[in-house]
Each structure stands twice: as structure tokens, then as C-alpha cells.
Ligand binder design. Structure first.
Ligand code: FRU
Length: 492
């Protein structure tokens, strides 16, 4: 039996399920209609990958959170499914916030999410409380547990806030389960709490896995915790970050901590911290382990601070990044678009040893739904002082990706990308060239630009607001650079 609220959401979104709005990207996940934010419940279930998302179908603004739902076999072609959760029980009456999912041994799909309820205190202030809830289902319909919430204020460590206690990420471990949950600690900054369960339904607090201590932002949201190559990785999305050189930027960011995990004592030893993405529009990522053992991450391709910048003509707001395969190389986390994307490449165009010492365009190198890789190196001993590639151009618009070997800084500027708001448009970050050589891969899908440098050493994600007819690409250099270019259209 589905509730009236869920039925209402499903009825409302019905006419958009098969709708092909030309404004939609070709292979990036969007919501069926209305607003979306964080990816949720990214999991393998009965041989397919399911993805849910924070969803407010009724408007393009954030509102009482539902869970929208899609699934895929290859991370590129997605099938829309009816909304999975609505805020319709006592435990989640004001919202079904972010969470995760996995397949139980008995074939049921288990969702663990944050149930939100608001209450008016004696001081007449309305406070929001967050607790963890469970629902189980068959990949379409989910039933919420009678015992919800399964984790509440009683399961918090001393000083832990019941108002900021959210975003459980669950995983299977041998015969049991673990979950990490974000919490605001007594010092007002974030921590990640570890819980354990025998059956996925009854949970006990284990320990504080990691704490912010007021470094790396304030409250940490959306934790994820997984083994990657020989390391253990903790990913968190901090609010209120302050920049540290070029490594982090102000506001909401995503931080990746690499270290080791001692399972017996449930201890995480942090060794290294880095930004997950150096662009503007990337938040709240979540990962899944694939059938062939890859760790694939997807994130909300948006920035909370700029989420007012909307296209009034579109019936949807918000989308996900391209799913990315994670790895570790020379101690750093690397990420590249899932290899399945290569199955959708057509119309290969390539050039070798092109001299760039002035502004130039190359025949056949253009597009707004494309996979473009450029390999740059010095043409002479003196080399080049800067190399710039401009994408999404039409005379009025354009986004520049500029590399300066002298400083090893790559700068992306989308000031002329059609945005009508006076928001942040630039990001700069360090890259690691080898003898002036740098490889830049660009994935565009209409209004998005995802940049991968040197086979995934850095990723940088940007939304573009320009019309999709702005599809020209040009190259320029100060000094003399040589480049190889390979471009494919992506047809999904
Ligand atoms: C992160 C977040 C989560 C929360 C959700 C609410 O973007 O704030 O912490 O569960 O969004 O929609």
C-alpha cells in the first residue's frame, strides 16, 4: 500500500516520466520534474544500479524531501522509475533526507535515510530533528519499517546534536552491516559516527570515526567510507569551508581523506586530505562498488550557494555528474568518467602535432555533447607561457581553460558562459605537468563541463548557462605549444 503523499507525487510526475525536454542533458541524470539535490541510495540491486535522489517534484525549489528514482545497467543510459519515498510517516513527516541502500541476502532492497521532523519548543522556536530510518522494497515500491526511527538521539555520543544527525551510508561487512552518519559535535563542527548492525534493522553506536575539530569546514554532510586499492577513503561534504591556498574553496566543498582502516578496533587513521573536485558545481557525492569491483562515484552537479541561478523555461532543476571511476595513483585519489562512456563515442576527429602560436579553430573540433582530449607540450625549447582552450563559443559566449606552465596553475573561467547572476565564475588549481606536458579531457553534455587533468589527477566540474548552439572550440597560446587533439561526439 502506498501512502497518499507518495501517490500524489507519483501521479504528479507521471506525465514527465517519458517526456523528452530538449533542455535535458543527454546522459547525465536529472530529476523527473522539479528540484533535485544529493544522489542517494546508489547501489547494485538484482544486477542493475539504482540511484535515488533528493527530490521536490512540485517546484524547482528545495521543499519537503522525497526520494526520486532511476536505474541503469551501464551508468550512461538511465531508466526513470516512480518516486520511491515521500515524507508520510511520523518519523519522517518533514522530509526524507539523504541516505543509502544495499541488497539484503533475502533479495530485498534496503534503504537507510534520514527522517526529519520539526517541533515547536517551549520558547516557541521551531527546531528540526533528524533520525535514521529504514525502508525495504523490491526496486520499485518500498515499505517503511514500523520500528522507525532505528537511530535517534539515544544513539548519539555525548554532545552530539540531534538536530544535525543525517545522511547514513551503509555497507555490508561479512555477516553484518556498518553505517557512517554525519553529526554536529559539541564544538559545533562536524564528525562522522560509526554504527553497526547484525541484520540491517537494529543498530548500535560503535564510536566517533572521525572528527573535524573545526578544520575542513564546519558541519560535515553526506559521509562515504570505502576501501580503494590499498587504502581506506572517507569522503565528506563540509559546509562553510575556508580556502587553504588553492586546495579548497569557500562554502560547501567535498573533501577526501585517505588512510588506513583497522577493522578490529574500528579505527580510521587519516594520512592525507585533498579536494575531491576543483570546479564550482560538485557536492554530496556517493559511491557504489560495481559487479566487476570498481568504485564508481556520482555527485550533485550543483553548488548550494548558486542554486538560485535557474533557467525559467526548464521544467527541472539540478543534475548529477557523470559517474566516475575512482582509483589511487602515487598516493592521490584519481577519478575518470566510467569506461562505459566510451561505448557512446562516434565521429572521431583527431589531429597530431598542431602548432598553437595564435588563435585557431580546427575543422570538426566543436560540439556541446562531446568527449575531447587535448595533449599539450612545448613546441620549442622556449616553450609557451600560457595555453588556452575555449569551449562553448559563439562570439558572445565562451568558457576558457587556461594553463600556465610557469605556475603550474590551470584556471577555468565561465564568466562569459551565459550566467545572469553575479556569482563565482572562476576556479584555479595546481596541476602536475611533466616537462610542460599536460593532458586535458573535457566532457560536455549541453550545459555541463567536466574537466579531467592528466588522466584524472584533478577533476573540475562546471555548469554552463550559454545556449547549446554555442559549440565552437578554439585554441590559443602565448609562445609556441604543440598539441594533439582527439574528439568524439557522444550519442546516447
Ligand atoms: C546535502 C544535504 C544533506 C541533507 C540533504 C537535504 O546537500 O544538506 O545533508 O540530507 O541535503 O536535502
Amino acid at each position: 500500500m502506498i501512502s497518499d503523499s507518495l501517490l500524489r507525487a507519483r501521479t504528479f510526475e507521471q506525465k514527465y516520466i517519458a517526456h523528452q525536454d530538449p533542455k535535458r542533458p543527454c546522459f547525465h541524470v536529472t530529476g523527473t520534474v522539479g528540484w533535485i539535490n544529493d544522489p542517494n541510495g546508489f547501489s547494485m540491486y538484482k544486477g542493475e544500479y539504482h540511484l535515488f535522489y533528493q527530490y521536490h517534484p512540485y517546484s524547482k525549489e528545495w521543499g519537503p524531501m522525497h526520494w526520486g528514482h532511476v536505474k541503469t545497467k551501464d551508468f550512461i543510459k538511465w531508466e526513470r522509475l516512480p518516486a520511491a519515498l515521500a515524507p508520510d510517516t511520523e518519523a519522517d513527516r518533514d522530509g526524507c533526507f539523504s541516505g543509502s541502500a544495499l541488497e539484503l541476502a533475502d533479495g530485498r532492497h534496503l534503504l537507510m535515510y534520514t527522517g526529519v521532523y520539526k517541533e515547536c519548543g517551549d520558547d516557541l522556536a521551531i527546531r528540526e530533528y533528524q533520525r535514521q530510518c529504514i525502508a525495504v522494497g523490491d526496486g520499485i515500491d518500498y515499505v517503511k519499517c514500523e520500528g522507525n526511527p532505528v537511530l535517534s538521539a539515544d544513539n548519539l555520543p555525548e554532545g552530539g546534536s540531534p538536530n544535525d544527525f543525517r545522511d547514513p551510508k551503509i555497507w555490508k561487512d561479512g555477516d553484518g552491516f556498518f553505517a557512517v552518519v554525519a553529526n554536529r559535535a559539541a564544538d559545533e563542527s562536524g564528525s562522522v559516527l560509526l554504527y553497526r548492525s547484525e541484520d540491517g534493522f537494529h543498530w548500535n553506536f560503535v564510536k566517533i570515526l572521525e572528527s573535524n575539530h573545526d578544520a575542513y569546514g564546519r558541519m560535515w554532510e553526506c559521509p562515504d567510507f570505502f576501501a580503494l586499492d590499498e587504502k581506506q577513503v572517507l569522503v565528506v561534504s563540509p559546509q562553510d569551508m575556508v580556502p587553504m591556498g588553492l586546495e579548497f574553496h569557500a562554502g560547501n566543498g567535498v573533501v577526501c581523506m585517505m588512510g588506513t582502516w583497522e577493522k578490529e578496533s574500528c579505527s580510521f587513521h587519516r594520512e592525507r586530505v585533498q579536494s575531491m573536485d576543483y570546479g564550482i558545481d560538485f557536492y554530496a557525492p556517493q559511491t557504489v562498488e560495481t559487479m566487476d569491483g570498481r568504485r564508481v562515484m556520482i555527485a550533485w552537479m550543483q553548488n548550494w550557494a548558486t542554486s538560485r541561478c535557474q533557467d525559467p523555461a526548464a521544467d527541472f532543476f539540478g543534475m548529477m555528474t557523470v559517474p566516475r571511476e575512482l582509483g589511487i595513483r602515487e598516493g592521490r585519489l584519481i577519478q575518470n568518467p566510467v569506461r562505459e562512456l566510451e561505448n557512446y563515442r562516434v565521429n572521431r576527429m583527431s589531429y597530431q602535432n598542431v602548432l598553437v602560436n595564435r588563435l585557431l579553430n580546427l575543422a570538426g573540433i566543436s560540439g556541446r555533447v562531446m568527449d575531447l582530449t587535448v595533449l599539450i607540450r612545448p613546441a620549442t625549447k622556449k616553450g609557451y607561457a600560457s595555453f588556452q582552450m575555449n569551449v562553448g563559443e559563439d562570439g558572445e559566449h565562451g568558457t576558457s581553460i587556461c594553463y600556465e606552465p610557469g605556475s603550474s596553475i590551470l584556471k577555468v573561467d565561465r564568466t562569459r558562459s551565459g550566467g545572469r547572476f553575479d556569482i563565482v565564475h572562476e576556479r584555479s588549481f595546481f596541476v602536475r605537468p611533466q616537462e610542460g606536458r599536460i593532458k586535458i579531457r573535457v566532457i560536455m553534455d549541453k550545459n555541463s563541463l567536466e574537466i579531467f587533468v592528466n588522466d584524472g589527477e584533478q577533476a573540475a566540474t562546471f555548469l554552463l548557462y550559454s545556449p547549446v548552439t554555442a559549440d565552437a572550440v578554439s585554441f590559443e597560446a602565448e609562445g609556441a605549444a604543440l598539441m594533439d587533439v582527439e574528439k568524439f561526439d557522444l550519442v546516447v
